[in-house]
Design a binder for this molecule. Structure first.
Ligand SMILES: Cc1cc2nc3c(=O)[nH]c(=O)nc-3n(C[C@H](O)[C@H](O)[C@H](O)COP(=O)(O)OP(=O)(O)OC[C@H]3O[C@@H](n4cnc5c(N)ncnc54)[C@H](O)[C@@H]3O)c2cc1C
Length: 306
């Protein structure tokens, strides 16, 4: 084993530990704030109606959005259950599309993922969905990454088009440079949303919602409480045994955090859970840096993980 091999093993070990830490962090949040399974962290994000369109939701599930990176992810999830085949970046792009570009409640996406993911894990899945939808944080815009599902996504995540052509054989003969916005060949659908307009609308909406509590020293009043009904989200769509949810609730065991009786110190401590870098004061706006010349995409994360 060379020194280089050793270094790579150490690095991947470090990455694995960091990922396991992320996963356990989400489990811990759901343990103390079980309402996160049913609600966005901050109530303002659920007060304004999310848009819902059955046709668009079906198109997103079936992989008929007209955006190859999204449609390939949709078909891959349905066919394989996503473990190993659908890595973090692809899950993030696919989920961000539903909540940020189609403006739909992230819970519809979390529900679909939990019904199909082999490695489906409720705290990780739901909190990741909420993070990608931008409803878990309030510090600054940069926290919400609204992925561009057009050519940028192909160049960054599938530079050889292998993933897309695997799941969308009708596009197999297309040059990679056209995979971001393909012509309507072989019945491939037209884009169901205008990316730029949808993005602008979403950034504006999030900005307005965050203004409502961003400068507040005490965020506890803005955090979601345990809802009256514990009925699982989407139960109206998929029949399941939920008589337990109708019974009068004796309260959680172990008890969830009582957000109505937190001291200021406890609220500050709780808030650090939701801010990766610990500093809860909004960062000063950064001076815009001159755009660096276009990179050659030498070394890139690749969906096939080669
Ligand atoms: C919208 C969305 C939904 C997701 N849903 C799930 C889910 O239901 N179950 C799930 O295990 N992961 C989920 N993830 C996280 C991540 O994508 C997967 O854990 C990873 O792709 C699994 O690959 P792996 O088995 O090679 O894990 P590795 O990369 O080897 O990681 C090992 C373990 O660490 C945990 N982990 C890894 N990455 C993350 C992460 N970003 N956040 C939290 N925990 C992580 C998982 O438990 C994983 O099994 C989701 C990510 C997104 C963006």
């Amino acid at each position: 084993m060379t020194g280089e091999d050793d270094r790579r093993i150490q690095l991947s070990l470090k990455q694995l530990i960091s990922r396991l830490r992320w996963g356990s962090g989400f489990a811990q949040r759901f343990r103390y704030l079980p309402q996160l399974e049913l609600r966005s962290l901050y109530t303002v994000f659920d007060e304004e109606d999310w848009q819902f369109d059955e046709g668009l939701y079906q198109a997103w599930q079936a992989g008929e959005t007209g955006f190859p990176i999204i449609d390939a992810a949709a078909k891959c999830l349905q066919e394989t259950g996503g473990w190993l085949a659908l890595n973090f970046r692809t899950r993030a792009i696919y989920s961000s599309f539903l909540s940020n570009l189609l403006g739909m409640d992230w819970r519809y996406g979390a529900l679909h993922f939990m019904r199909h993911l082999i490695d489906g894990d409720c705290p990780i899945d739901h909190y990741q969905w909420a993070m990608q939808a931008g409803v878990t944080h309030c510090i600054d815009k940069s926290w919400t990454r609204i992925y561009n599902p057009e050519q940028t996504a192909i160049d960054r995540c599938d530079p050889e088009g292998k993933f897309i052509k695997r799941w969308l054989p009708e596009l197999a003969d297309l040059p990679i440079s056209q995979l971001g916005s393909p012509p309507t060949i072989g019945g491939y659908p037209r884009p169901i949303v205008n990316y730029k307009q949808a993005r602008q609308q979403r950034v504006k909406q999030l900005e307005t919602q965050r203004q409502k509590f961003r400068q507040q020293k005490d965020v506890a009043p803005f955090l979601a409480r345990m809802p009256e009904s514990w009925e699982p989200f989407g139960n109206d769509r998929f029949e399941s045994e939920i008589r337990w949810a109708a019974q009068t609730q004796q309260g959680m065991f172990p008890r969830e955090i009582d957000l109505d009786h937190l001291t200021r110190e406890e609220t500050q401590a709780l808030r650090t859970w939701f801010v990766a870098h610990g500093n809860i004061n909004p960062r000063p706006a950064k001076a815009k840096k001159a755009k660096p010349p276009k990179p050659s995409y030498g070394l890139q994360l690749d969906i096939w993980g080669s």
